[in-house]
Design a protein around this ligand. Structure first.
Ligand SMILES: Cc1cc2nc3c(=O)[nH]c(=O)nc-3n(C[C@H](O)[C@H](O)[C@H](O)COP(=O)(O)OP(=O)(O)OC[C@H]3O[C@@H](n4cnc5c(N)ncnc54)[C@H](O)[C@@H]3O)c2cc1C
Length: 490
């Protein structure tokens, strides 16, 4: 039986393990931590449970497809619900808007609150759908680094429509052209943060992101986000994938331009090695003698995050699963992150409360608040000061808008910072999504899923093609599996 080694059990590592096992490989996963999931993990403090990282979940069919690919029934492993409300939005001037998941209802209700016609919003969502449909097969579901991708009908269609994709304008410019109300522009600008980028720099093609939630739906797993990791980990074990925890890989063994295995606690040999470790430390730490593609590795990193996990001794009926408290100066917020590598004094705040969907995540009468702001990646800033200042501005803003003093309600607190994200998952600079998408060339500058000059070596996960976020990581695993020789056809 041919052997495959996966370095890391992030979501893309587990998904790659499942795909390769399905192809007939004997698969072993080596993980530095004592638990699977990488960024997609959880923490429990007192009687509260928090999803540690991702909270927004779209395209659940990708999880189901992965489970089905093994011949198992998806519902035996993974269950989720569609959300009626996508997000509750709050502004300083008292405006509050609850975004309904039904596109027509959303457009109608937005027209009542903002200075726009419902038809304008409907047209915006159609435009978003069109760009997604034109680009997803080429940019998200295929390797951009194989000539076969450029010979397909989908690529031809995408190229013919390239002028309609707003590649030369920013997301903000497209949104201002298409939407007449500044608050609605801000609401749709926000989606650029889903790949850790700035709406004032990222190309307009990313106006496709709202299509995912507003047309295809926002979902939440029944057991919370961490149940995605748990389900796929259970599935991988059921089909015979071997996991080795607390066993960091220190070197990728290369001989005659071929990856032949790894050195972890001991040397282990294999026919295929897949690294789910961030691509920068994969080069710098695991194969320092291999010439690194510096222009790829030095791409600007995506944003990172500061998260306060707060056990809150009160219930807030006006909050939902996802809530955003917008800053008055959104442009300044992104300038601080990407130009000044700092944090503005009024950052937008995202509050995720999983106990709204999974009651047992907080004690009766309480809520588990995951309070996040977007921040720059870690370049050795004075985080202690930035965190203390941000905590103050967050508490002031939430107390002001919700008209309740929040600090006395905090029963317990945990913290996640760019430095901790980096140390817990080896993500370069603690970036959430690998390289940023602030450049129109970003998609082409991401590292390919294979290494041209080293046979048997592949890469999967948020720092390589097609990018970060759970759906793209699952697609990354699928692309890797498509690139790896299938032992059945050898
Ligand atoms: C705070 C936060 C919020 C986010 N929000 C969302 C969201 O709402 N929706 C969404 O879709 N995405 C979100 N993301 C992004 C998403 O979590 C990631 O894109 C995705 O989980 C990355 O998965 P990955 O497979 O690349 O691996 P990672 O999660 O980065 O895990 C890599 C794994 O490899 C292991 N590893 C590294 N080096 C070694 C080594 N040498 N040997 C052995 N093991 C090693 C690490 O320990 C880790 O377990 C968020 C991320 C964070 C941190």
């Amino acid at each position: 039986m041919k052997k495959a080694i996966i370095i890391g059990s992030g979501i893309a590592g587990i998904a790659s393990a499942i795909r390769l096992k399905g192809m007939g490989y004997d698969v072993s996963v080596f993980e530095a931590n004592s638990y699977p999931g990488g960024k997609l993990s959880e923490i429990s403090v007192g009687s509260y449970r928090f999803d540690a990282g991702p909270s927004l979940f779209t395209l659940p069919n990708l999880v189901e497809d992965l489970i089905s690919s093994t011949g198992k029934s998806p519902s035996d492993y993974f269950q989720y619900d569609k959300r009626d409300v996508i997000c509750n939005y709050f502004w300083e001037d008292g405006t509050m808007f609850s975004a309904d998941s039904n596109a027509q209802t959303f457009a109608q209700e937005a027209a009542n609150v903002f200075d726009v016609e419902a038809s304008q919003i409907e047209a915006y969502l159609k435009h978003s759908e069109k760009i997604y449909n034109l680009t997803s097969k080429v940019f998200l579901e295929s390797s951009l680094h194989k000539s076969s991708t450029y010979l397909s009908l989908e690529t031809l269609k995408a190229i013919l429509n390239i002028f309609g994709m707003n590649i030369s304008k920013t997301v903000d410019a497209v949104n201002r052209e298409r939407l007449s109300d500044p608050k609605l522009v801000q609401l749709f600008n926000r989606f650029t943060t889903y790949n850790g980028s700035s709406p004032y720099q990222a190309p307009g093609i990313f106006t496709m992101i709202p299509h995912l939630e507003h047309n295809l739906g926002a979902y939440f797993p029944k057991g919370g986000m961490y149940s995605i990791t748990q389900s796929l980990y259970r599935l991988a074990k059921d089909i015979g994938v071997h996991f080795h925890f607390e066993n960091p890989v220190k070197e990728i063994l290369i001989k005659n331009k071929t990856a032949i295995g790894i050195r972890a606690a001991e040397e282990v040999f294999a026919d295929v090695v897949v690294s789910n470790m961030d691509i920068v430390p994969t080069y710098k730490k695991l194969m320092p003698s291999v010439k690194a593609p510096e222009s790829t590795l030095t791409q600007e990193r995506s944003s990172s995050a500061i998260i306060f996990y707060w056990g809150i001794e009160k219930e807030f009926p006006n909050l939902d699963l996802h809530n955003i408290f917008f800053s008055d100066d959104y442009q300044e917020e992104f300038k601080a992150i990407f130009q000044e590598h700092s944090i503005s004094n009024d950052p937008s705040i995202y509050v995720h409360i999983s106990s709204k969907a999974k009651k047992s995540d907080a004690p009766d009468g309480c809520e588990n608040w995951f309070v996040m702001i977007n921040v720059p990646s870690n370049r050795g800033q004075n985080w202690e000061k930035l965190i203390a200042d941000s905590r103050k501005s967050i508490l002031n803003k939430l107390s002001r808008i919700l008209k309740v003093e929040i600090e006395p309600l905090i029963q317990l607190e945990e913290l996640l910072t760019p430095e901790l994200i980096e140390s817990k998952t080896s993500s370069y600079q603690g970036a959430l999504y690998g390289a940023s998408s602030n450049s129109k060339f970003a998609a082409f500058l991401r590292h390919p899923n294979f290494k041209k000059k080293i046979r048997g070596l592949y890469f999967t996960g948020g720092s390589v093609h097609p990018g970060g976020g759970i759906p793209l990581c699952l697609l990354s695993a699928q692309i890797v599996a498509d690139l790896i020789p299938n032992p059945h056809y050898d």
